[in-house]
Ligand binder design. Structure first.
Ligand SMILES: Cc1cc2nc3c(=O)[nH]c(=O)nc-3n(C[C@H](O)[C@H](O)[C@H](O)COP(=O)(O)OP(=O)(O)OC[C@H]3O[C@@H](n4cnc5c(N)ncnc54)[C@H](O)[C@@H]3O)c2cc1C
Length: 659
């Protein structure tokens, strides 16, 4: 099927302005007649619901947590990008656009990325107006730091809690709309299907997670902002509740799934320490501003890190990528860490770790500056460390504390041990320029869409994208659709479509509960995660992916015949909630492997072992794979691949190099 991405005509830097100037409008009186369902209260959903409410639409917003504030976005640490060029270091909208397309290994849609770079500057103003306490320099100006894949400082931050502060801003805006009555909020509600009427999304079936009761909700349009699906790997840095269910249900109702195999594996996470773990912890990429990554030059070196002299350390990122050094993009840094560990240079008891060391910058970057400010001449090392520590504490103190709590090691004194872990999914529901999925009236925002990040997202770009989608894009694009819906009366929820949709959801729940097998939901999730990590993780090959598909199909059969769910349907039953989510993860896992198998090239986070350069770098194949894979669901284990060709008119595509 030909995909229409609805990219406006004209010059790249005029497209969005022209679009806004010509888009259909809905007048204020008609807005009050139109109902919109927003599923998700993370940065994308909360900003969308608040803005649509403020515009005058009647909004219903859903989340499965007990408060919108508990959305996974709250965990975001390091920062948010914007092309403000406050540092006067050469940044611009074009450069952010360019860095993002290049960072994504030339697998993102130019027009969307340019719009993202344009509105990035508005996001900061919006958030500052809301009172988000971004870090400031001594003179009061907003401060910036660097993230991977860039050579400028464009990341705005609030210590290591940027997501929390941004979400409090969006949440305040949302609650204001709740208070004035334009937004109705449903917490502890899980969307379990999209209701389709005459080929358009017209509502959802949601389950009250406290009582187990199913509910029907009508909307003239449905907006999904339900986050990413990294937990398909079981172990990830995502919040434990993050899941794919909403997006998966939409997929089964006709929304194409874009680039499902594109997963981001983040280089700096606390390494896995054993089989007992159900969660991995991120150490923000911002730490690579000041932390230097190294391994011993000698294999199997069991000395303590501080006993290894400077000349016996291999700062392998600085060695291999002198232009970007420790700030190469995540996919590059992750693969380089794996390469060193696989070659026998890993550290720690598992040997699956590398060092992230702050000592050099504690002393030389911060310590010396502070000593100079205080007029201390010839300071000794202890003084420099003490002074440097104070500065580092201000920037990332909470991350250092978190590390120490988990590992019982003080990272001010001993280098952190880190290893790559699953962190973000660039894949998601395919959307056009208006953020509409391939289902009329169904939109996808934030991490749950296939987004603007191509095959690899640059750090600090997810918060930017979620807020761009919610505050600045959807308010325009949804109007273009709803302008033609002003005559549509609310569809009664006792109509056949709603009744049938609710029955299908109820039947599935009842089948799940009646399996009464022997194995826990968790055990299936763990087994799925192992298959995904080993065969569709940091490196993939044809043999492994083919095996994975067969193993996942077998796992699915076993799940549906032997899963054990305690409790009952009409009560608070987190095991039942989880069972539904894991069932969807299993199906998604198969699609991810099929997508990875089909994409024979390497690009960004998708590294096909068969397609690498002599130096072990990812080798793209632009001739055959310069497209977005948009998978269409047909039946169990049966999908059709649609392709959206990617056209680059403003960026010359080239081999991606950070050397
Ligand atoms: C540890 C960590 C640190 C990060 N740090 C950064 C950073 O510094 N900078 C950056 O740019 N990015 C960062 N990211 C990535 C970023 O946090 C996420 O990509 C982003 O917050 C996702 O926002 P979202 O609004 O799309 O989804 P989420 O915040 O995941 O919100 C999803 C919402 O959907 C709801 N939901 C989901 N399914 C259903 C359903 N079926 N029914 C009802 N509700 C549902 C949930 O309740 C929730 O409200 C980080 C990620 C992690 C894991």
């Amino acid at each position: 099927m030909a995909l229409n991405s609805k990219i406006p005509q004209g010059d790249i830097d005029k497209k969005w302005t022209d679009y806004k100037g010509h888009v259909k409008l809905v007048n204020p009186a008609n807005k009050r007649k139109l109902e919109i369902i927003v599923v998700g209260t993370g940065l994308a959903g909360a900003s969308a619901a608040a803005t649509l409410g403020e515009l005058g639409y009647r909004v219903k917003v859903f989340c499965f947590q007990d408060s919108p504030r508990r959305a996974h976005s709250i965990a975001a640490q390091g920062g948010i990008n914007a092309a403000k060029n406050y540092q006067n270091d050469g940044d611009s909208v074009y450069r952010l656009f360019y860095d993002t397309v290049k960072g994504g290994d030339y697998r993102a849609r130019e027009a969307n990325v340019h719009r993202l770079a344009e509105v990035s500057v508005n996001i900061i103003d919006q958030c500052v107006a809301q009172g988000v306490p971004f870090a400031r320099e001594y003179g009061g100006f907003l401060d910036n730091r660097s993230f991977g894949g860039t050579q400028v400082k464009r990341t705005f931050y609030a210590a290591g809690q940027t997501g929390q502060q941004l979400l409090l801003g969006a949440y305040s805006a949302l609650e204001r709309q709740v208070a004035v009555g334009s937004v109705k909020q449903y917490t502890r509600h899980e969307m379990l299907d999209v209701v389709m009427v005459d080929g358009k999304a017209r509502g959802i079936i949601a389950r009250d997670l406290i009582t187990g009761k199913l509910e029907r909700h009508f909307g003239h349009a449905v907006v999904l902002a339900t986050g990413g699906y990294g937990n398909v790997f079981y172990l990830s840095t995502n919040a434990m509740g993050s899941n794919v269910t909403a997006a998966w249900k939409a997929h089964k109702q006709g929304a194409f799934f874009g680039n499902p195999c594109y997963t981001q594996i983040h280089p700096t996470c606390i390494p896995v320490s054993g089989d007992h773990q159900s969660k991995l912890t991120l150490m923000s990429e911002s730490l690579r501003n000041d932390g230097r990554i190294w391994v011993p030059k000698k294999k199997d070196d069991n000395r303590k890190p501080n006993d290894i002299p400077e000349e016996e350390r291999d700062y392998y990122l600085e060695r291999r990528y002198p232009a970007f050094g420790n700030l190469v993009p995540r996919d590059v840094a992750s693969r380089a860490a794996k390469e060193r560990c696989d070659a026998g240079y890993g550290v720690g008891t598992t040997k699956q770790a590398v060092y992230l060391d702050f000592r050099y910058n504690l002393i030389n970057k911060y310590g010396r500056t502070e000593a100079s400010k205080l007029g201390i001449e010839n300071p000794d090392e202890a003084t420099l460390i003490r002074l440097g520590k104070e500065v580092v504490k201000e920037q990332y103190g909470n991350l250092f504390e978190m590390y120490e709590k988990i590992t019982a090691e003080n990272p001010y004194e001993v280098p952190m041990r880190i290893y790559p872990a699953v962190h973000y999914t660039m894949g998601g529901l395919w959307v056009d320029y208006e953020l509409m999925t391939s289902v009329q009236g169904l939109y996808a925002l934030g991490e749950c869409n296939f987004s603007d990040h191509g095959a690899n997202r640059l750090g600090a770009s997810a918060l930017m994208q979620g807020l761009a989608d919610g505050y600045f894009v959807i308010p325009y694009t949804i109007g273009n659709y709803l302008a033609d819906e002003i005559a549509t009366k609310p569809i009664p929820t006792d109509s056949k479509e709603f009744t049938d949709a609710e029955k299908a959801v109820a039947d599935r729940i009842s089948i799940l509960m009646n399996i009464k097998g022997t194995k826990s939901v968790e055990s299936f999730h763990k087994r799925l995660g192992k298959i995904m990590w080993e065969k569709c993780g940091m490196a993939r090959n044809e043999k492994g992916l083919t095996e994975a598909i067969i193993e996942i199909q077998a796992l699915r059969k076993e799940f549906w015949s032997d899963v054990k769910i305690p409790g009952s349907i009409n009560e608070f039953n987190p095991e039942l909630d989880k069972a539904g989510r894991v069932a969807d993860f299993i199906e998604l896992g198969e699609l991810m492997c099929r997508d990875a198998l089909n994409r024979k090239e390497s690009c960004g986070g998708h590294f096909r072992e068969e397609s690498q350069t002599e130096e072990g770098e990812a080798q793209r194949d632009d001739e055959n794979f310069k497209f977005v894979s948009a998978w269409e669901y047909k039946a169990e284990s049966d999908w059709t691949l649609n392709k959206e060709e990617l056209i680059y008119e403003n960026i010359k595509i080239a081999a991606r190099s950070y050397k």
